[in-house]
Design a protein around this ligand. Structure first.
Ligand code: ADP
Length: 604
């Protein structure tokens, strides 16, 4: 893939491309990323025979099963994974393996990819998997980079890529302010479709817009408007269970008149009886084929930066933040970042700031460069947004927020979009925080060559003491393992998601090893202090799930009981979220701390 090749464009027939309005930005982003790349475009396969087979399946049985699968969904909709592995980049990403591999590129690979075109075809694929006892792994877009991408947990699984042929926005309801989407609808696509209606509605994009709206919500991702809790703002699901039955949740379980969908499916989340939706998130209990979401009515808004001079200011910042958020003066998901991220979001490599490049970038070097940027010589940068009915109310809300910080902390500076150059990152935050998906966030991937990233994402109360404890843990691990620390607190009222982004060079085996060790240590140390991750990389799920181990792992045992009941043959995404079906449990698949294995497969 050359950096000058035409970019795939989002069209009615191609769901995964970049919208035309972002083509120039995407071309710039890609050219910059490729300019630091030393890895060859593809990894040669080292296996003697391809494809890699699912566990305990002979090549003959696999081949017979593939013939049957092709008969079921059409030959063109089944692709064997026997090609060299191309990592590509965010937009041109693979569905064959994890592009941000933390083991070898060829470790987390599928045997084949199947592209169902309807819920009925998903049912047929599930029934096929049960019959041939072949593990399947559903993805929507496969852009869950930093958490495992499109890779299955069990090597040789068949990836069920839902997005390619199931990517329709089924409904946009202007009066109800809601939509109903299929798995392959990206934030880019939903935005375009809403624009076409002319309705004054916003979507809620995360930092980048190429992920699936549905996939992000089932992995419980966040965005940044008032509707930033994606699972919290969904309404109704359609799910294919691991045995092939189809359920609709919430009001969708009650048939509408004349064979129509229930008219309140996207209005009331709960329906009657146990609220099941949660068990289909961060799990392997079903394949979600439709999902409803609430859309935010467009409103006046102002996104701004506040800078704080001292490292130690952040404890005071968190106190003020909590008060503002609990009182709903601030209602979105604002971010508090360390000033080093202002350097990273310029898109320049760390060597541009720190030519010797030795060890972690020293504070004085960060300071020297921050001085030359609009943020100036500061320690913390807050990106917030206020929303109101009209411009005056927005200005007043902004002044309230600014003054609340300024009365408690000295040296606070406020910067509005009009105060910074056109290419400043603040403008990207303006777009994202007002419902327009962007691509700018990729710029920090230029920090090191061939960058991959891993997210450490623990939750803590919005309290200075907790933030300090957690910060000390991550800082210590980063110093020990030699990574610059990129901490972002995403604040959701009473708790904060601390998102720490380890950026490593995929061509450097030692950096990969250190990144993994750093993650494992942060997970363990945080859990010992009472903090757990809200989401994690597929290969770290076994460790994380055991940190939620109250009462002799009662929660995991509950999940395993559900798994065995819902998926008796154990075909659906074994190991996802640390949940293993009976036939895999206790047979060496679990990747636990202290395990020196550098492969996702069990020791022989
Ligand atoms: P993204 O939407 O960010 O591109 P993915 O499609 O990779 O991300 O989805 C993230 C994860 O969520 C996947 O690895 C998969 O385990 C799970 N997932 C995605 N879509 C579905 C779905 N429709 N049903 C069940 N699980 C899903």
């Amino acid at each position: 893939m050359a950096s000058s090749a035409p970019l795939p464009v989002l069209t009615d027939t191609f769901h995964s491309g970049i919208p035309a309005r972002l083509l120039d930005s995407a071309a710039r982003v890609r050219a910059r990323l490729y300019s630091h790349r030393t890895l060859p475009p593809t990894h040669a396969r080292t296996e003697v025979e391809l494809p890699v087979l699912p566990p305990e399946i002979t090549r003959k049985d696999f081949e017979d099963a593939i013939v049957a699968l092709r008969d079921t969904v059409g030959g063109e909709n089944v692709v064997i994974n026997d090609q060299p592995l191309a990592d590509g980049w965010y937009i041109e990403h693979p569905n064959t393996h994890d592009a941000y591999h933390i083991f070898e590129a060829g470790d987390s690979v599928s045997s084949a990819v199947v592209y169902p075109g309807s819920t009925d075809e998903v049912v047929a694929v599930v029934k096929w998997a049960n019959k041939y006892e072949i593990p399947i792994y559903p993805i929507s877009m496969g852009r869950n980079l930093g958490y495992g991408g499109a890779a299955p947990r069990v090597r040789g699984s068949v990836v069920v890529d839902l997005g390619k042929r199931m990517n329709t926005v089924l409904k946009i309801d202007g009066a109800n302010c809601s939509c109903l989407v299929e798995p392959g609808v990206s934030y880019y696509k939903l935005y375009e479709e809403v624009q076409k209606t002319g309705l004054p509605l916003w979507i809620d994009p995360p930092d980048l817009g190429g992920g699936s709206v549905l996939g992000n919500a089932v992995d419980r991702g966040v965005g940044y408007t008032l509707y930033g809790d994606h699972f919290g703002n969904h309404c109704g699901m359609e799910v294919v269970l691991p045995t092939g039955d189809i359920v609709r949740t919430g009001m969708g379980a009650l048939p509408g008149p004349d064979g129509n969908d229930n008219p309140t499916w996207q209005s009331f989340q709960y329906g009657y009886g146990p609220y099941a939706d949660g068990i289909f998130t961060q799990s392997n209990f079903g394949i979600v084929t439709k999902m409803g979401f609430w859309l935010m009515p467009a409103t006046e808004h102002l996104t701004f930066m506040l800078t704080f001079p001292r490292e130690d200011d952040y404890e005071g910042i968190i106190d003020v933040l909590r008060e503002l958020m609990v009182r709903r003066v601030l209602g979105n998901v604002p971010q508090l970042r360390h000033v080093i991220q202002e350097l990273a979001v310029t898109g320049l490599p760390r060597t541009a700031f720190y030519s010797s490049g030795k060890g972690i970038m020293p504070r004085e070097v960060i300071r020297e460069h921050a001085k030359k940027l609009p943020c100036g010589d500061c320690s913390w940068v807050f990106y917030g947004t206020v929303y109101a009915e009209n411009k005056d109310a927005v200005t007043k809300a902004f002044e309230n927020v600014r003054d609340a910080f300024a009365t408690r902390i000295t040296g606070v500076r406020a910067l509005l979009p009009s105060d910074v150059p056109e290419d400043h990152y603040l403008h990207a935050r303006v777009r994202v925080c007002s419902g327009t998906p962007d691509i700018r966030e990729l710029d920090w991937l230029n920090w090191v060559p061939n960058a991959g990233h891993l997210f450490f994402a623990p939750i803590c109360p919005t309290q200075p003491k907790d933030a300090r404890t957690l910060y000390t843990i991550v800082e210590r691990a980063h110093v020990k393992y030699g990574f610059d620390l990129f901490p972002t607190y995403c604040v959701a009222t009473r708790e904060m998601h601390l998102i720490v982004n380890i950026v490593y060079d995929r061509a450097d085996p030692d950096a990969k090893k250190r990144a993994l060790a750093c993650m494992r240590e942060m997970i363990a140390d945080s859990a010992a202090a009472g903090y757990g991750e809200y989401r994690t990389h597929l290969m770290l799920a076994d460790q994380v799930v055991r940190t939620y181990g109250w009462n002799n792992n009662a929660q995991l045992r509950f999940h395993e009981a559900l798994k065995d009941a819902l998926d008796p043959v154990g075909i659906l995404a074994p190991g996802r979220a640390g949940i293993w079906p009976k036939r895999y449990r206790g047979r060496g698949w679990e990747l636990l701390p202290g395990d020196e294995r550098t492969t996702s497969s069990p020791a022989k």
